[in-house]
Design a protein around this ligand. Structure first.
Ligand SMILES: N[C@@H](CCC(=O)N[C@@H](CS)C(=O)NCC(=O)O)C(=O)O
Length: 231
């Protein structure tokens, strides 16, 4: 999701190939054998297969909100490292054989630190959203969604407001659009969401039409969070 946020704000047009993780297409695995998304293939064949690197690539080409000026490597490293570790073990204790309450407490300690940082200026690196905010937000959103009532009851007023604002933003709404999985031979689907449009819900017939070359349409079905990128 964070790669899509940066691509959307940059306005850099890319061709989108939605991937079903249970049926990864061969061209994706040829480009990036590790088999994780996102994978960005540039016209010269260069492969970028880390979401943070995709963000940097897009923003280096066009950064209308100056996100690259508002980043914090230490915060992002802690998010992608310790916080994600605790998030996964809080959310999926059966998968990890973990004690969910202990990992929730460890994640909460990080959130308390973020809350104190947000109390200063409203966003992580000043008064405006930047790369740090958008790199972390999908993970915090996922942590909150494990038990929304518990999260709402925590004394994290600045973080709760920050999360609600970002989750309710036009940018976020624009990238939540779902697409039908790509199939060999499909017409190219352009990913260039217009922030400000609410995500549309398409009837099934539209998703089928998208596969057959019609303009990109969101796929039907309930919104599901991916355990890794949290989109
Ligand atoms: N560090 C990577 C993590 C990517 C990642 O783990 N992506 C998940 C989905 S969001 C994935 O592709 N998992 C592979 C699978 O579930 O088979 C990044 O942020 O790009």
């Amino acid at each position: 999701m964070r790669a899509r946020l940066a691509l959307a704000v940059s306005g850099v047009p890319v061709e989108l190939r939605e991937v079903k993780l249970s049926a990864k297409p061969a061209p994706m695995l040829e480009a990036s054998p590790k088999g994780t998304v996102p994978v960005l293939v540039l016209p010269d064949g260069t492969v970028i297969d880390e979401s943070l690197d995709v963000m940097h690539w897009a923003l280096t080409l066009n950064d209308p909100e100056h996100w690259l000026k508002r980043t914090d490597t230490a915060l992002i490293d802690r998010n992608d490292g310790a916080f994600k570790h605790h998030l996964d073990r809080y959310k999926y204790p059966e998968r990890h054989g973990s004690e969910a309450p202990a990992h929730r407490a460890s994640g909460l300690a990080i959130l308390q630190d973020l809350d104190a940082q947000l109390a200063e200026h409203g966003q992580l690196c000043g008064p405006n959203r930047g790369l740090a905010d958008m790199a972390l937000m999908p993970f915090v959103r996922q942590f909150a969604a494990v038990d929304p009532a518990w999260f709402a009851s925590q004394p994290l007023p600045h973080l709760q407001r920050w999360l609600a604002d970002h989750a309710g933003s036009a940018l976020f709404g624009a990238v939540m659009t779902k697409f039908a999985p790509w199939h060999e031979g499909d017409s190219p689907v352009r990913f260039r969401p217009k922030a400000g449009r609410a995500p549309a819900i398409a009837p099934p017939a539209q998703a089928d039409r998208a596969r057959n070359g019609a303009p990109a349409s969101p796929a039907p079905g309930p919104q599901r969070y991916c355990p890794h990128c949290h989109r």
